[in-house]
Design a protein around this ligand. Structure first.
Ligand code: FAD
Ligand code: NAP
Length: 313
C-alpha cells in the first residue's frame, strides 16, 4: 500500500510562487503541504546577485530562496522533498503521485512548477551536455578558468551569464541571432563596457564541435542569418541562455494552456480551467517572468484557494 497523505492545500513547486503561496496558505490555517521538486528553491538558486527583489538592493539568489523556505516552514507549511510524477485533476480530492511513492490527495492545488531552460535542439548540443555544454553559468562557470566561452541568447539571462562568466573566462563571445538585445538597458551597458566580452550579431550556432576522448568542446560553428556565411569560434565552454519553457507537462492534457504551453488562468486571478486548481509564477506568465511577480501570483493563488475552500465548506 502506498503512503497516502491528505491536505486541504497541496502546493507543487518551491520557487518564489510556491513559497509565497505556502506562507499565505499556512497563515490562512490551511496546513499546506509543499512538494519541492527536483530544484528546491527554483530558478533563482542558479544565479548569483539578484538586484531587483524589493527591500534588498543586492541579495544572492540561493540565500533569498533559503530565507523564503524558512519563512514558509516557520508559518507551518509541511515542506517535502519529493517530485510529483503524476497528477489527476479529474475529480476531487485531486490526486498527486510522488516519485517517492507517496500519494498526496488535496482539496485544492496550487501549481507553481515554474519553467525549465530551453535548448537549441542540436544533436551536437545533446552530445556535449555536461562536457562543455551547459545552461547554468553559476553551476559550471568555475570549470572554465582562463578559457574561452561562447554564450548564445539575447535576453537578461544571456547577458547576466556572459557577465558572470568573465569572472573565470579569458574571453566570452555572446552570439545573438538579431542585431539588438532584449535584455534590460542597464544590463546591456554593463555588457558593452566589459572588455572581455565580444558580441557577434546576426549569427546562430549550428554545431558544437569537440573531442570524443576525453569528451570536451573545442568550438562552436555559427552561421550568419542573412549571408549564411559560416565560421568556427574556438571555445571550451558553450552556454545556452535562450529562455525557459513552462513546466506544464503534468497538466498539459487536463488544463487549458496558452502561448505554447503556459497554464491559462482567468484574467486577474490564478483560477485555471479546473475549479480548485490554481496556477502561479512562470508556469502561467509568459510576459513578466520575475521573482517578484511570481511571488505576487503565489500570494493570489493561496488567497484564491482559501476563497474556493471556504465556499465549498
Ligand atoms: P521556479 O523558480 O521556476 O521554480 C519552479 C519550482 O517547481 C522548482 O522548485 C521545481 O523544483 C518545482 N517543480 C517543477 N516540477 C515539479 C514537479 N513535477 N513536482 C514538484 N515540484 C516541481 N528574476 C528576477 O526577478 N530577478 C533576477 O535577478 C532574476 N535572475 C534570474 C537569473 C536566472 C539565471 C534565471 C534562469 C532566472 C532569473 N530570474 C530573475 C527569473 C526568476 O528566477 C523566475 O521568474 C522565478 O524563479 C519564477 O518563480 P516560480 O516560483 O514561478 O518558479
Ligand atoms: P528571454 O527574455 O525569452 O530571451 C531569450 C533570448 O534567446 C532572446 O534574445 C531570443 O532571441 C534568444 N533565442 C530564443 N530562442 C533561440 C534560438 N533557438 N536560437 C538562438 N537564440 C534564441 O529569456 P531569458 O533571458 O531567460 O529571460 C526570461 C525571463 O527572466 C525574462 O522575463 C527576464 O527578464 C527574466 N530574467 C530577469 C533577470 C534580471 O532581472 N536580472 C535575469 C534573468 C532573467 P530574440 O531576442 O531574437 O527573440
Amino acid at each position: 500500500m502506498p503512503d497516502t497523505r491528505h491536505t486541504r492545500l497541496l502546493i507543487i513547486g518551491s520557487g518564489p510562487a510556491g513559497y509565497t503561496a505556502a506562507v499565505y496558505g499556512a497563515r490562512a490555517m490551511l496546513e499546506p503541504i509543499l512538494v519541492q521538486g527536483i530544484q528546491p528553491g527554483g530558478q533563482l538558486t542558479t544565479t548569483t546577485d539578484v538586484e531587483n527583489w524589493p527591500g534588498d538592493s543586492s541579495v544572492m539568489g540561493p540565500d533569498l530562496m533559503a530565507r523564503m523556505e524558512s519563512h514558509a516552514r516557520e508559518m507551518g507549511t509541511d515542506i517535502i522533498t519529493d517530485m510529483i510524477t503524476a497528477l489527476d485533476l479529474s475529480s476531487r480530492p485531486f490526486t498527486a503521485t510522488g516519485d517517492s511513492g507517496t500519494v498526496y490527495t488535496a482539496d485544492a492545488v496550487v501549481l507553481a512548477t515554474g519553467a525549465q531552460a530551453k535548448w537549441l535542439g542540436l544533436p551536437s548540443e545533446e552530445k556535449f551536455k555536461g562536457f562543455g555544454v551547459s545552461a547554468c553559468a553559476t553551476c559550471d562557470g568555475f570549470f572554465y578558468r582562463g578559457k574561452e566561452i561562447v554564450v548564445v541568447g539575447g535576453g537578461n539571462t544571456a547577458v547576466e551569464e556572459a557577465l558572470f562568466l568573465t569572472n573565470f573566462a579569458s574571453k566570452v563571445t555572446l552570439v545573438h541571432r538579431r542585431d539588438s538585445l532584449r535584455a534590460e538597458k542597464i544590463m546591456q551597458d554593463r555588457l558593452f563596457r566589459n572588455p572581455k566580452i565580444e558580441v557577434l550579431w546576426n549569427h546562430t550556432p549550428i554545431e558544437i564541435q569537440g573531442d570524443d576522448t576525453p569528451p570536451g568542446v573545442t568550438g562552436v560553428k555559427v552561421r550568419h542569418v542573412e549571408t549564411a556565411e559560416e565560421q568556427v569560434i574556438p571555445c571550451a565552454g558553450f552556454f545556452v541562455a535562450i529562455g525557459h519553457a513552462p513546466a506544464s507537462e503534468l497538466v498539459k492534457d487536463q488544463l487549458t494552456l496558452h502561448n505554447g504551453g503556459y497554464v491559462w488562468v482567468e484574467p486577474g486571478t490564478t483560477r485555471t480551467s479546473v475549479p480548485g486548481v490554481f496556477a502561479a509564477g512562470d508556469l502561467t506568465d509568459h510576459v513578466y517572468r520575475q521573482a517578484v511577480t511570481s511571488a505576487g501570483m503565489g500570494c493570489m493563488a493561496a488567497l484564491d484557494a482559501e476563497a474556493f475552500l471556504s465556499a465549498q465548506e
